[in-house]
Ligand binder design. Structure first.
Ligand SMILES: Nc1ncnc2c1ncn2[C@@H]1O[C@H](COP(=O)(O)OP(=O)(O)O)[C@@H](O)[C@H]1O
Ligand SMILES: [Mg+2]
Length: 460
């Protein structure tokens, strides 16, 4: 391509184009180049490329050389010196039109591209990408924060629910305890009331029995004297003597009074036990004889210890030691004895029910020999121990771990509330600063050990 052909060709193209020799001589340019530089086209004729740019001669030559030997376009960068003193960075694409030969130098076509526009576009794009990336980052962070907040909220809701559930459980237990305490106290009052009411008439009977016996003896003596002094009794009297069978009546009446006395004494004992058990003073801390408490509890449970239609008698073996009086809440302690002994009776009845249904009562007795052993001991000068053991079904490890939990029961609805041992634990451990523990060999029986201080320990 000659410079003339080039100009013809370049005129129609809108981008700046230059035709240079391999040494950098400007052979031709089109109008856009002159416009960018702020010169007239004629002014460019005969100029060297180095005069129009800020890059060193060396750099320009290297670039042109690269263009003249490459088959592809070579991208470079040229900083144009503008007429107004400013500079303009352009991207240049160089392509060889006529390779170098010994006869003539190479001809190179340079196509310029305004880098400012390109790069400002590029900057804009970069900014956009940057903004976008930041936005994505922000959203990610917001999402993370939201997730975290959600998780925290979930945890808080869970904690709150657990706390509420715990409060509900506590309330339920308190409510049941209140009902139980209320029942016990009204039962106690009723028992004490009945005991009091029975006590008076029994006192009349017991007090007068002695006199009635004495008067009867006196009268009988009178009859005897009369018989001795007047052996010939008139027939009406003799007939009456035979009718009432006087010979039998005289020895029998003494026996009769004796058994009435035993009966009245027994009623008095029961009344005493009832009063002892109900202990309306239960809120009070008192010094009491622990054995009396256990005995009155056994008296109340007597009807469950006796042989009944389907159950053999439960033997109670007491091994009491010499104990000092113990400072405690006696009414509450009796409630503990009651709960533990009643559980033992339940366990013994269950073990009888477990036998072959064909077994007769006597066999049941022989096989089972159900018994409750109650042992008391003075451990040292500060502590006493009460052990209540039965030879019932015993307690397996799974049940044992939940024994003192509120509402834990293995009994049917109506029979068990699951509160007996829970309340007993509270009374022994919380109220008396003592210990309540359970030992069992499954299948052989269970043993409950109550350990309490003789005198009140400082409660923390
Ligand atoms: N002497 C015992 N022998 C076997 N199991 C027992 C004995 N004492 C207590 N248990 C077990 O402990 C559970 C809880 O007893 P408790 O708190 O008194 O509640 P309840 O008697 O109302 O079931 C009983 O259901 C029973 O399974
Ligand atoms: Mg119970």
């Amino acid at each position: 391509m000659t410079p003339e052909q080039f100009i013809e060709f370049a005129r129609v193209l809108p981008e700046p184009l230059l035709l240079v020799s391999g040494e950098g001589l400007l052979l031709a340019t089109n109008q856009p180049v002159a416009d960018i530089l702020g010169l007239r086209r004629q002014e460019l004729w005969g100029k060297m490329l180095f005069e129009l740019v800020t890059e060193s001669d060396n750099d320009i030559l290297k670039y042109l050389q690269a263009c003249s030997i490459s088959r592809a376009m070579v991208i470079g960068s040229l900083t144009l010196r503008l007429n107004d003193g400013q500079t303009l960075i352009c991207r240049s694409q160089g392509a060889v039109i006529q390779p170098w030969s010994p006869e003539s130098s190479a001809l190179i076509l340079l196509r310029l591209e305004n880098r400012v526009v390109a790069s400002s576009n590029f900057v804009l794009l970069n900014e956009k990408i940057d903004e976008l990336a930041k936005e994505v980052q922000r959203r990610k962070q917001a999402e993370e924060a939201l997730k975290k907040a959600n998780q925290e909220l979930e945890i808080r809701v869970e904690e709150r629910t657990t706390a509420l559930q715990e409060t509900l459980n506590e309330l339920q237990v308190t409510q049941t305890q209140l009902i139980q305490a209320e029942k016990m106290s009204s039962l106690g009052q009723m028992v004490a009331g009945i005991a009091h009411e029975i006590n008076n008439p029994v006192s009349f009977i017991y007090g007068n029995l002695h006199h009635a016996h004495k008067y009867t003896e006196d009268l009988l003596k009178l009859v005897q004297i009369y018989q001795q002094i007047c052996p010939d009794t008139p027939p009406e009297i003799q007939q009456q003597v035979e009718e009432i069978d006087l010979d039998f009546l005289i020895p029998d009446i003494t026996k009769l009074f004796q058994s009435m006395k035993v009966g009245a004494e027994r009623i008095q004992e029961i009344v005493k036990s009832l009063r002892n058990f109900s202990r309306l003073d239960e809120a009070e801390f008192k010094q009491v004889n622990i054995h009396e408490g256990i005995d009155s509890t056994l008296m109340i449970l007597e009807h469950r210890l006796q042989a009944r239609h389907e159950y053999p008698e439960i033997k109670v073996i007491k091994k009491y030691s010499q104990l000092p009086n113990v400072t405690c809440y006696p009414g509450q302690l009796n409630q503990v004895f009651m709960n533990i002994i009643a559980n033992a009776i339940d366990a013994l009845e269950a073990s009888v029910n477990n036998l072959n249904p064909q077994t007769t009562d006597n066999q049941k007795l022989a096989e089972n020999n159900p018994q409750i052993q109650i042992k008391t001991e003075l451990i040292d000068e500060k502590w006493i121990e009460v052990t209540i053991a039965d030879n019932g079904l015993g307690i397996n490890e799974q049940v044992r771990s939940k024994l003192f939990d509120p509402f834990f029961t293995t009994k049917t609805v109506g029979k068990g509330t699951g509160l007996g041992l829970y309340i007993s634990y509270q009374i022994i451990v919380e109220k008396h600063n003592g210990q309540l523990s359970c030992f069992s060999v499954p299948g052989k029986g269970a043993e409950f050990v109550i350990k309490i201080p003789i005198a009140i320990l400082n409660k923390s």
